[in-house]
Design a protein. Structure first.
Length: 205
């Protein structure tokens, strides 16, 4: 939880969090839970050219995990992009300092079979990656166990792992299984359009 929220609460009628734990940890804020979402405006059919895709801030711990994944899964087509590091590219990682547009990121998602999600220790809520993966029908590998509590979770689509002890056979079997198609009645409520409607409806009450 950002500490600035406490001073700014007086300016808002409602405050929302994608972290379920925040609601019980900070009862004085009277938080309302709402998960992240996906945007519907950008969708194309693209050839899959990556087996595993990741983009994010190049924290040292994340870099170690990604390099280890690339080492353990050399047969997979990997595209890992990390920012904020003045390093030379390697066979595992592509370092960048320039701006990467959201559209470019989504294009890479659509060209990928599976997305890598690395949960930060300070967060338990689901990142946007889960909802984008669901919308674009992509698999996702994550260390966020809370995803099993969501109605779109399916073991053929989402593999929960401990990145410190990766089972390469389990990962390979997961990637080789067909994607389990999620019913649109489950997918649609996680769109930005529905998310915004919920925010406006709750705030007006």
């Amino acid at each position: 939880m950002c500490p600035d929220i406490f001073d700014k609460k007086k300016y808002f009628s409602s405050i929302y969090s994608f972290e379920k734990d925040d609601i019980s940890l900070y009862p004085e804020l009277e938080l309302k839970f709402i998960p992240n979402f996906y945007f519907e405006h950008y969708r194309e059919t693209k050839e899959v050219v990556y087996d595993l895709y990741y983009i994010g801030i190049g924290l040292n711990e994340r870099i170690k995990i990604l390099e280890n994944l690339a080492h353990l899964l050399p047969q997979q087509r990997i595209h890992f992009m990390v920012s904020g590091q003045e390093k030379e590219n390697s066979s595992a990682l592509l370092f960048f300092s320039d701006y990467i547009s959201y559209e470019e990121n989504l294009s890479n998602v659509m060209k990928s079979k599976c997305i890598i999600d690395l949960k930060m220790d300070v967060h338990n809520g689901l990142s946007f990656r889960f909802f984008e993966a669901m919308y674009y029908e992509k698999k996702i590998i994550t260390n966020n166990t809370d995803v099993k509590n969501y109605n779109f979770y399916h073991p053929d689509n989402i593999l929960v792992v401990d990145y410190k002890s990766i089972d390469t056979v389990e990962v390979s079997n997961f990637l080789n299984r067909d994607y389990y198609k999620i019913d649109n009645d489950i997918i649609q409520p996680y769109s930005f359009k529905v998310w915004l409607r919920k925010i406006l409806e709750i705030s007006s009450n």
